[in-house]
Design a protein around this ligand. Structure first.
Ligand code: C5P
Length: 411
């Protein structure tokens, strides 16, 4: 289930041309199951009409400090008190300045002053206005007070100017909001989760490599879900055709040896390792310095050496909850169970490689030392969410089992 479902979000819209993008944000939040109360500043109404937001959220749009909502409580108090998060997008230089000064001369600034909910601010403005020391000082003030202020994106503005001032895309704003809500209440808040994804590339010569068909989709979806449940996530990825998720630490690697170094570094401080990457078992023994040429019609033999078992090498790290994957073409459960033991894993997730490659859906079976749980066949993104929820449940049981019982506490 989407972590935004059932959340009460106050969406403050200010007077910037980027307000048109926030129409989609209001729509996406509502479709995700959130209850969205839009507050517009007077200037915002010059760019987008309240009727647009009202139709998309199915809720009255508030523009005036003195209008009473249907429950009769003065708007600025009740909205702020009930909100799970307040999002200001686009946030103009003017509203940022008024928030930094603690002013409350319209409904939006009053709501912000009255709420104790987390505040996500997405500035969007002319790049010179954003760079101005006054705006920078105001942003720093808001951050120091605990507001989460996003950096605007670099790109072409509405006027023919290129610079830092663009509002992030709607999907990115939702991702940042999910991450923020997760850090407040999610079951993984305060936890560090390392996820590996994609396949490795083992170079043969400067232009060729040995690779595999891993798309990285499952690993990326697992990393996003862990982030949404509140974890600080490091995603270590082989080369894939996916955009790195927002609000995670992203480490790009190519070879198994690079993957090993990145995993070891990230695991110095990790609670959970989800080893989803398809790490090549072998690499060429020698990398040719120049492109290998054909010689007549002779074939060629490539000599391979074994790569280290990245997760297997961490078998001694019994302080980390480790999850591995086994994509098998035969003897699925027997092979998975033997890997679970050999690699010192807490859980292994098995799937039929042939039945899942290139398919939108996947059937996963999760094994620990004793039992095997088959998850229902699902779209891959949904399967990742179901799987991560199960990993969290098992992680919590594992934590409880590791806690010293009363009387056993070491001195
Ligand atoms: O042995 P196999 O490659 O099937 O094992 C799969 C599991 O082991 C996956 O979790 C994979 O990420 C991990 N693995 C590894 N290092 C390797 C090969 C696989 O950590 N060299």
């Amino acid at each position: 289930m989407d972590t935004l479902a059932g959340k009460r979000i106050v969406l403050g819209v200010c007077g910037s041309i980027a307000a048109y993008k926030v129409v989609q944000v209001a729509r996406d939040l509502t479709l995700a199951g959130a209850q969205v109360d839009v507050i517009m500043t007077e200037a915002a109404e010059r760019f987008v009409g309240p009727a647009t937001f009202q139709a998309l959220t199915g809720r009255p749009v508030l523009t005036d400090m003195w209008s009473l909502p249907e429950d009769g409580v003065i708007g600025h108090v009740s909205l702020g008190m009930r909100a799970d998060a307040v999002v200001i997008a686009p946030a103009t230089a003017n509203t940022i300045a008024r928030l930094a000064a603690g002013l409350c001369d319209d409904l939006l600034t009053t709501t912000v002053l009255a709420t104790r909910a987390p505040l996500l601010i997405a500035p969007a403005m002319n790049p010179s206005m954003y760079e101005h020391p006054a705006t920078q000082a105001n942003v720093a003030t808001l951050r120091a007070r605990g507001a989460y202020v996003l950096e605007p994106e670099v790109g072409r503005m509405a006027e023919p100017v290129v610079g830092r001032g663009r509002l992030p895309e709607p999907a990115d704003l939702l991702a940042e909001l999910r991450a923020l809500l997760g850090r407040q209440h999610g079951p993984l808040r305060g936890r560090r989760v390392v996820v590996t994804a994609g396949g490795t590339r083992e170079p043969i010569d400067p232009v060729r490599y040995l690779g595999n068909r891993s798309s990285g989709q499952m690993g990326y979806a697992l990393a996003e879900r862990a982030r949404d449940l509140g974890a600080t996530v490091t995603l270590i990825s082989g080369p894939v055709a996916l955009t790195p998720p927002r609000a995670v630490t992203y480490v790009a690697v190519e070879t198994a040896l690079e993957m090993r170094a990145a995993v070891q570094a990230a695991c110095t401080q990790a609670d959970i390792l989800i080893m989803n990457a398809a790490v090549a078992d072998f690499r060429p023994a020698h990398i040719a310095a120049e492109k290998i040429k054909k010689h007549g019609d002779a074939g060629m033999t490539l000599q391979l050496v074994q790569n280290p078992d990245v997760v297997g090498e961490l078998a001694h790290r019994t302080d980390i909850f480790k999850v591995g994957f086994a994509a098998e073409t035969h003897d699925l459960l027997a092979n998975a169970r033997s890997k679970l033991q050999r690699k010192g894993l807490n859980l292994i997730v098995a799937n039929d490689a042939i039945a899942s490659i290139g398919q939108p859906e996947i059937t996963l079976t999760v094994l620990d030392g004793e039992q095997a749980v088959e998850l229902p066949r699902q779209l891959k993104a949904e399967a990742a969410a179901t799987l991560l929820d199960l990993i969290v449940a098992r992680f919590e049981q594992w934590l409880l089992a590791r806690q010293p019982r009363a009387g056993e506490i070491a001195d």
